[in-house]
Design a protein around this ligand. Structure first.
Ligand SMILES: [Zn+2]
Length: 458
């Protein structure tokens, strides 16, 4: 009996002392209890989902420069203070104010069909009477180049099948410029999304330099794009009338919202975590990116609730103006340039929380090994292994300046991009358990990175 006990003791000491490929390494043992507490607290209820619902039900869409965004920012400051976060404050940045105005699109030949549309962010207006012209349908930029001589005076429709967001979005961003250089009078883009529910998807576009004129541009649903394609395939000259009032007002002030858990030993070292608080002016900005703000904010709130204070400072930032300017992310970099190198890690959630979700990391191999080790504490959440693709538009500027490793929480892309920048981006499409899971994973990961003895290697 005694002999068996000693043998067991000996074996357990050996097992704990020698980290193996099978189990979590021993250096994580001191973190297990608090990580478990954070995970349990986050997944015990639907607090985080309720907060996304409160934000999106009360304030709705939050485009830069809107009263909705201003009121939501004031609410976030008050709510962070009620949560007991520390050093809660706003940081001012000037943001563009693009105003959609009224807009409409109809097929006038063959008459008469109304087509749902969403002007693209940054587009100019049509003349008040609208633009009526024959449509020219192309499936790619190359096709447009081959038929360039036909484009003059036409409305070019880019009926480009969705492959992935990165590839297809090039037509949303640059389609107007491509068409304008050949004399087109307007550009339409098939909605950038994998599945059509007759939802146009808005989003940012840019005209580039001023060497070609600016023409109005909008997105139309996949279904309408295919219909116009079929009509033209039958040799019918389809005519469209487009009316848009889109314009920019002067820049207005907006704010990043900041709240912290100050570090107990190295408060000057910062683990940055956040999402963007603005949205497009359609839907309610729930998956893009109300939920990202809430699940990252939860890291600090849960630590406060559980009285967990890591050695380094955990700083939550709800960035303004990601969608049409990135002025929030750039402003944060400029205002915190002197402490850029003190950022140990930057974490952004801006890809929704739809299952299956995963954590992504960008940084050195040495840092990646540590992150993979920490992720063994997240096993109860059933996430996939930590992948590539850490980063985000808002944390990119400070991370570039400070050479800071980055992480992201990324939900299933097909579900996310189906509703992305559409009226369908609402909270009811998000499962409460997935929001809790994201909050749990982020809180536990951030806690260990903020508290571990060594910094994360750059
Ligand atoms: Zn976003």
């Amino acid at each position: 009996m005694r002999r068996a006990t000693s043998l067991l003791l000996f074996l357990s000491v050996v097992l704990i002392a020698s980290p193996s490929a099978q189990g979590p390494p021993a250096w994580l043992d001191p973190y297990r209890e608090n990580a478990d507490k954070l995970i349990k607290a986050a997944t015990a209820d639907r607090f985080a989902w309720d907060r996304v619902a409160e934000l999106t039900d009360t304030y709705g869409q939050r485009i830069s420069g809107s009263d909705n965004l201003n009121r939501a920012i004031a609410w976030a400051v008050e709510t962070m203070k009620k949560d007991g976060l520390e050093n809660v404050h706003t940081e001012r940045v000037m943001v563009p104010k693009w105003v959609r105005g009224a807009e409409s699109l109809e097929i006038t030949n063959p008459p008469h069909h109304v087509v749902p549309l969403l002007g693209l962010g940054g587009s100019v207006a049509t003349p008040p009477a609208g633009i009526e012209a024959e449509v020219m349908v192309v499936a790619s930029g190359d096709a447009l180049t081959r038929r360039a001589a036909e484009a003059k005076g036409k409305i070019v429709l880019f009926n480009v099948p969705y492959t992935n967001y990165g590839e297809t979005v090039a037509y949303r961003s640059g389609g107007a410029r491509m068409a304008a250089q050949y004399g087109a009078v307007a550009a339409l883009v098939r909605a950038v999304g994998p599945v059509g529910l007759r939802t146009p998807h808005t989003g940012g576009m840019n005209y580039g330099d001023d060497t070609v004129g600016k023409i109005p541009t909008a997105a139309i649903p996949v279904e309408d794009s295919l219909r116009i394609q079929r009509l033209t395939n039958r040799g019918i000259k389809v005519r469209l009338r487009l009316k848009m009032e889109a314009h920019f007002d002067a820049d207005v002030e907006s704010f990043n919202v900041v709240g912290e858990i100050r570090g107990s030993e190295k408060p000057e070292e910062i683990v940055l975590v956040g999402g963007h608080f603005d949205s497009w002016d359609t839907g309610a900005g729930a998956s893009d990116d109300g939920v990202g703000c809430v699940v990252t904010w939860e890291a600090a709130r849960l630590m406060k609730t559980l009285n967990i204070r890591p050695k380094r400072t955990v700083r939550v930032v709800l960035f303004t103006n990601e969608e049409n300017g990135t002025r929030g992310g750039n402003g944060y970099r400029d205002q915190h340039a002197n402490e850029a190198a003190n950022h140990v890690m930057a974490f952004e959630s801006d890809s929704g929380v739809f299952a299956p979700a995963r954590l992504g990391f960008s940084g050195s191999d040495a840092a990646r090994r540590i992150i993979a080790e920490i992720s063994t504490l997240l096993t109860p959440l059933g996430l996939q292994d930590v992948g590539t693709g850490g980063g985000g538009a808002d944390i990119g500027p400070i991370a570039t300046l400070g050479k800071v490793p980055m992480m992201a929480y990324s939900g299933d892309a097909t579900k996310y991009f189906t509703i992305h920048h559409t009226p369908a981006d609402t909270v009811d499409r998000i499962e409460p358990a997935e929001v809790s899971k994201a909050a749990a994973a982020i809180a536990a990961m951030i806690y260990v990175v903020a508290d571990m003895p060594q910094g994360l290697p750059k």
